[in-house]
Design a protein around this ligand. Structure first.
Ligand SMILES: [Zn+2]
Length: 192
């Protein structure tokens, strides 16, 4: 993987167009240092890296967490590391530029723990003896992700697992005749 043009140590996270039109491929750390200088803010130390949290039934979830500074605020992005490299849980938070960065990270950790402790799906036995994944409480919170096999229909991530749009449809099949409400929320919002 290509290394950051500035520190030549970390992997590249973003492409930055500098005021002189020059293009640099850099890591979040170097981006944050540049941004902090430009915005006149001080960065509290934070180790971008892998953090582990315990979810339901004592199950461990590893997240790669980055601090990201941009002109609208300071944020953290946590992406679950999964065995197959499939999309897993993803948790993001955004604070004001002058926020308490340590406190923001604590808020992120709270959000991660809440996210990995929620469960929207359960395996149920149907009258015909088959088992099927169904909604536990008639509602569901998930995330839409790009589907590399079909760019026209997104993948759905629920309970940190990947499902196709058709699989979600099968989970909803028992609700024939019912109404439903679908609302979309930014990744930094609380969707519940
Ligand atoms: Zn760098």
């Amino acid at each position: 993987m290509r290394k950051c043009d500035i520190c030549e140590k970390n992997d590249v996270n973003i492409n930055l167009v500098l005021p002189d039109g020059d293009n640099k491929a850099i890591c979040w750390e170097c981006n944050n240092n540049l941004m902090a200088e430009e915005l006149g803010i001080q960065l509290m130390p934070f180790d971008n890296g892998v953090y582990e949290y315990t979810g339901l039934n004592g199950q461990k979830h590893k997240f790669r967490i980055y601090k990201i500074v941009n002109p609208v605020g300071i944020g953290f992005e946590a992406n679950e590391i999964t065995e197959e490299d499939d999309p897993g849980y993803k948790v993001c938070i955004l604070g004001e530029l002058d926020c308490d960065q340590q406190d923001l990270f604590k808020q992120l950790e709270g959000k991660i723990k809440k996210t990995i402790s929620a469960k929207y799906l359960e395996t149920a036995s149907l009258p015909d003896g088959q088992t099927r994944l169904l909604l536990k409480n008639d509602d569901v919170v998930g995330r839409l992700e790009y589907n590399e096999f079909d760019g026209e229909v997104p993948l759905v991530i629920i309970d940190g697992q990947v499902f196709s749009w058709e699989e979600l449809g099968r989970m909803l099949n028992i609700y024939e005749g019912f109404q439903f409400k679908l609302s979309i929320h930014d990744i930094i919002e609380d969707a519940e």
